[in-house]
Design a protein around this ligand. Structure first.
Ligand SMILES: O=P(O)(O)O[C@@H]1[C@@H](OP(=O)(O)O)[C@H](OP(=O)(O)O)[C@H](O)[C@H](OP(=O)(O)O)[C@H]1OP(=O)(O)O
Ligand SMILES: Nc1ncnc2c1ncn2[C@@H]1O[C@H](COP(=O)(O)OP(=O)(O)OP(=O)(O)O)[C@@H](O)[C@H]1O
Length: 435
């Protein structure tokens, strides 16, 4: 367990010519690559630096790390999680001040490209930062055959239904939330006050239709995700969603490169969806914490319905906080590239080459048959990250208000004419082909 006295000092690990490159951000944290001209200290090797944003609601990193080590890590197997260790930032020495100002400069340099609702947010005044395994796609991957990896990230949220959902729900918690988000966006675009009761019979149907078409529908049904191991149709739906590179306004699914249907990387992903046990472990952990008293260690037992709506504001709700923590994580998948030397080296270009435009790649693809994939020991590398303790005391009222809206405004239960997607719960057995 990290104690403040054993936590290394980042300033001492960095060479004098250090700098930072912005890698990504979420609502609560910013992630940087550490740039140095010389060989990094072994502690920094293949690591990214994660720092909290200035945001009152987040818990401090010492607390977050202690929780991750004591409550989250024991639920998983070795290799399941993106490893994280704390480093000391402090704010006393000139070098420590330089660290903060260079991070901030790296953020400012990408300001116009940041997600709209994240613009203006800054690095927090924090004593600690985190070193996390760098999950970005490697330029080439020797173990996987030398080709370009693809990084795919998605949030495996709510793998089982919310305990607060109505018994007649036709949507899982994830699809219900996505529909609410879609509904709110549509209302905003139409510049009308949100009135769900009227939203299916609008006065101006044409305007509504056009606006609907313009909105992206990036729905990953997480029940389908879990069913991907046993149901081909569910797997196909998930594959089509995960491999769609079309830009979305949110980061629920992100892909470094397109994955063409039937390509070797597509087949590797399909094989991972079918055979992985990571999502099952995550689902069990999410579910067990909905009602720990009534479930045994394998998640079996009588289930009492008790989600955030039965939790009391002002009281400790440790199981709910853990369940919510386990629902808001990111799954990183590193998918090995096609066999052979990286296309860049053959083309002599300076940036990642598009697989589709490369004749050699097409030949490589043709040579890599389904059987090749089966026989190779090439594996998708999958890890869960961003398992930060939720500040339940500060968030419970928001969770409850959201759950109430989902229930009261019919997002779980109301049928949608001409629905652009259907949730796994809405489909009948006849719709599906079990393996
Ligand atoms: O409320 P949700 O289900 O939309 O989840 C929030 C996430 O939205 P998402 O649906 O993943 O785009 C949201 O993600 P984004 O900001 O949308 O990237 C946060 O992760 C938020 O957690 P926190 O406020 O940082 O502790 C998440 O809030 P929690 O509900 O996990 O507290
Ligand atoms: N270990 C990693 N390797 C590669 N990229 C990463 C890593 N960790 C984070 N990122 C990138 O940075 C983004 C934001 O990171 P992270 O999920 O930790 O932020 P957050 O504020 O906790 O997010 P949220 O809004 O979901 O709470 C990720 O979506 C991902 O693109």
């Amino acid at each position: 367990m990290s104690t403040p006295s054993t936590i290394p000092d980042l300033a001492a690990l960095l060479a004098d010519d250090f700098d930072f490159k912005f890698v990504g951000e979420g609502a609560a944290n910013i992630i940087f690559e550490i740039i140095q001209s010389q060989e990094p200290d072994p502690l920094l090797h293949d690591k990214l630096l994660r720092v909290p944003k200035a945001r009152a609601i987040a818990l401090d990193y010492l607390h977050v790390q202690e929780y991750w080590e004591s409550s989250v890590r024991p639920l998983f197997q070795d290799g399941d999680l993106v490893n994280q260790v704390l480093v000391h930032l402090g704010a006393c020495s000139a070098k420590q001040n330089l660290i903060i100002s260079r991070m901030q400069a790296a953020v400012s340099s990408v300001e116009p490209t940041r997600r709209k609702d994240f613009r203006g947010s800054t690095v927090g005044e924090t004593e600690y930062a985190m070193l996390v395994d760098d999950m970005r796609a490697a330029r080439s991957n020797i173990k996987g055959g030398g080709g370009f990896e693809i990084l795919l990230e998605f949030k495996p949220k709510w793998l089982t239904q919310s305990p607060d959902a109505p018994a007649n729900a036709i949507r899982c918690r994830n699809c219900a939330k996505e529909w609410l988000r879609y509904h709110d966006k549509l209302q905003k675009k139409l510049q009308k006050p949100p009135k769900l009761q009227q939203s299916f019979t609008p006065d101006d149907k044409l305007q509504r239709r056009q606006t609907q078409k313009a909105l992206p529908l990036p729905v990953l049904c997480t029940i389908d995700l879990l069913n991907s191991s046993s149901c081909i149709k569910a797997r196909e739906r998930v594959l089509s969603r995960l491999t769609d590179p079309s830009p979305t306004s949110r980061s629920t699914v992100a892909l470094t490169n397109a994955i063409p249907e039937g390509s070797r990387q597509w087949r590797l992903l399909s094989r991972w969806l079918e055979g992985n046990s990571l999502l099952k472990r995550l689902e069990l952990a999410q579910r067990a914490n909905d009602d720990p008293e009534h479930l045994d260690r394998n998640g079996r037992g009588k289930r009492k319905r008790g989600g955030c709506l039965t939790a009391l504001v002002g009281q400790e709700n440790p199981e709910l906080d853990l369940a919510m923590t386990l629902r808001d994580c990111t799954c990183f998948l590193r998918i090995p590239g096609p066999p052979g030397p990286p296309p860049l080296e053959r083309a002599g270009a300076g940036g990642p080459a598009e697989e589709d435009d490369d004749d050699d790649d097409e030949q490589g693809e043709a040579a890599a048959t389904e059987q090749d994939v089966e026989e190779e020991s090439v594996e998708v590398e999958a890890k869960l990250g961003d398992l930060d303790k939720k500040n339940g005391a500060a968030k419970l009222a928001t969770w409850q208000a959201l759950e109430r809206r989902l229930i009261d405004e019919g997002f779980y239960t109301k049928r949608r004419p001409r629905a652009e997607w259907t949730c796994a719960l809405e489909r009948t057995d006849e719709d599906e082909d079990e393996d």
